[in-house]
Ligand binder design. Structure first.
Ligand SMILES: O=C([C@H](O)CO)[C@H](O)[C@H](O)COP(=O)(O)O
Length: 209
């Protein structure tokens, strides 16, 4: 069954806690977004972990190097899943997967910025990552891009890695989401900046059942 991940990017720690309280019934995974990592560090993640001991938490650290160390730090501060970039060196991705699996945690490879998507998806699939995410970042969303076509290319080129779809997903995209049918749907602003985040999260959850 498709899971729903709420990406929290635009809040401070109190705001993140408030948003989790409003939406946690409908979301499977909460993402501690990259802007929060930059603004509040992993100490902020630890505060959220202390407040919600049973929540599945993803730390969007978008690792590029020193993978073993950075992955273990994210887990030490409370993450269950962490992210590395698909454009990182193979060695870094292999190290990240190894450390994650030794800790009985999961690793998501974010394909933002990858140009030869089909080939890289096959390589990541062979390395044994848990998730591979198609990601249209904010900078390309602003140019009108969406992740759906790239998602299909990735899905066609993996055999065992769970697929994730992210980047500007809104409630108006429900038809495309159902057609894409990812294992994990990642939604940030589509829930967080909605006037009623509780009902937006509920609507996403009901639609992907
Ligand atoms: O990873 C993200 C982005 O790079 C900012 O850190 C977002 O969490 C991701 O794009 C999901 O958020 P929305 O695009 O607002 O749905």
């Amino acid at each position: 069954m498709m899971k729903l991940q709420l990406a929290i990017d635009l809040e401070d720690i109190d705001g993140a806690i408030n948003l989790i309280e409003k939406t946690q019934e409908s979301v499977d995974i909460v993402e501690y977004g990259t802007p929060l990592v930059i603004n509040f560090g992993l100490e902020g993640l630890a505060k959220i972990r202390n407040r919600f001991p049973n929540l599945t938490l993803l730390a969007d650290v978008k690792i590029m190097d020193v993978a073993s160390y950075e992955v273990s730090q994210a887990f030490k501060y409370g993450a269950d899943i962490t992210t590395i970039l698909g454009v990182a060196e193979d060695q870094s991705i292999r190290d990240a997967i190894k450390v994650a699996h030794q800790a009985k945690k999961e690793l998501l490879v974010d394909m933002i910025g990858v140009h030869d998507v089909a080939r890289r998806a096959r390589e990541i699939d062979q390395m044994g990552a848990d998730y591979i995410a198609t990601h249209t970042g904010y900078d390309l969303q602003a140019q009108g891009e969406t992740p759906f076509a790239t998602f299909n290319t990735i899905k066609e080129n993996v055999t065992k890695t769970k697929t994730a779809l992210e980047g500007g997903i809104k409630l108006t995209n429900l038809d495309e989401i159902k057609q894409a049918n990812p294992d994990l749907l990642i939604v940030g602003a589509g829930i967080a900046t909605n006037d009623d985040p509780t009902s937006a999260a509920k609507s996403f959850k009901a639609a992907i059942k």
